[in-house]
Design a binder for this molecule. Structure first.
Ligand code: ADP
Ligand code: MG
Length: 241
């Protein structure tokens, strides 16, 4: 088998940063060390229509499993959702009833729902619970503290999230994973103005952050600089902007 360096080259994976973990090569690799993917998630993955990992998945999964902050850029349609969901679900493992531990921010409600569907497929049997915060949930009855604790993953658009934070509708103090999906689109929608409130609400001492984007612009860079700790960068395909 080629070395990691040769394999990255052949798969058009570019990485920037120090101590970069090797990419994995087949989904079967994930069943054994150093990955040891949870058997339930592994089974769901094996039963899915996916046969081989995409380049962004090969390199992002090991980085996130190591707990490193990540900036990942790969074209639309290259499977970025699975790239972050595998390590996310692996880390959450099973319900803890402590409230939200993962927050995924997406630019639109449709995308949030699409991410939720992907989570349902991959997490079947783990009992992890996901809530999509969308316009329609404005109307939901006030949740009791116990009801609030039953969710593990929160997916939201930035606007709806800021509203929920202001209204003290949600508690983000146990968040350990923050994922910004379609970061370039989030920024186009004015996300920089919302970062302070959101990041302040995720107040746990170490929150792992990752950012996924189809393009790598100077605003994406600026966002990463403000909110991340020693991130690794992964770029697949042609370099944008
Ligand atoms: P992106 O976020 O990069 O635009 P998505 O995560 O939406 O891409 O994935 C695009 C499509 O590819 C989806 O239909 C998804 O189910 C599919 N997909 C993801 N990973 C794989 C894979 N390893 N093999 C085949 N199809 C995949
Ligand atoms: Mg996507």
């Amino acid at each position: 088998a080629p070395t990691a360096k040769a394999f990255r080259k052949e798969s058009q994976i570019r990485v920037y940063g120090s101590d970069v973990p090797n990419p994995f090569r087949t989904f079967e690799d994930l069943a054994s060390p150093p990955y040891n993917l949870n058997p339930t998630i592994y089974r769901n993955l094996m039963q899915s229509e996916y046969k081989t990992p995409t380049a962004i998945q090969m390199q992002s999964v090991p980085i996130m499993l190591k707990g490193r902050d990540l900036i990942a850029c790969a074209p639309t349609g290259s499977g970025k959702t699975l790239a972050y969901l595998l390590p996310l679900l692996q880390d959450l493992k099973k319900p803890e009833k402590t409230g939200y531990r993962a927050l995924i921010i997406a630019p639109t409600r449709e995308l949030a729902q699409q991410i939720d569907r992907e989570i349902q497929k991959l997490s079947a049997g783990t009992k992890l619970k996901t809530r999509v915060l969308a316009k329609s949930t404005y109307a939901t009855k006030a949740q009791t503290p116990k009801e609030k604790q039953k969710f593990d993953i929160l997916i939201s658009t930035p606007m709806r999230l800021v509203y929920a934070i202001k209204e003290k509708e949600i508690d983000l103090t146990n968040i350990r994973h923050l994922i910004l999906d379609e970061a370039d689109k989030l920024l186009d929608l004015g996300f920089l103005d919302q970062t302070d409130e959101i990041f302040a609400a995720c107040s746990a001492p170490s929150v792992r952050k990752s950012l996924f984007s189809a393009t790598f612009s100077s605003t994406v860079e600026q966002l990463a600089k403000t909110v991340m700790r020693d991130p690794l960068r992964v770029v697949v395909g042609t370099k944008n902007a």
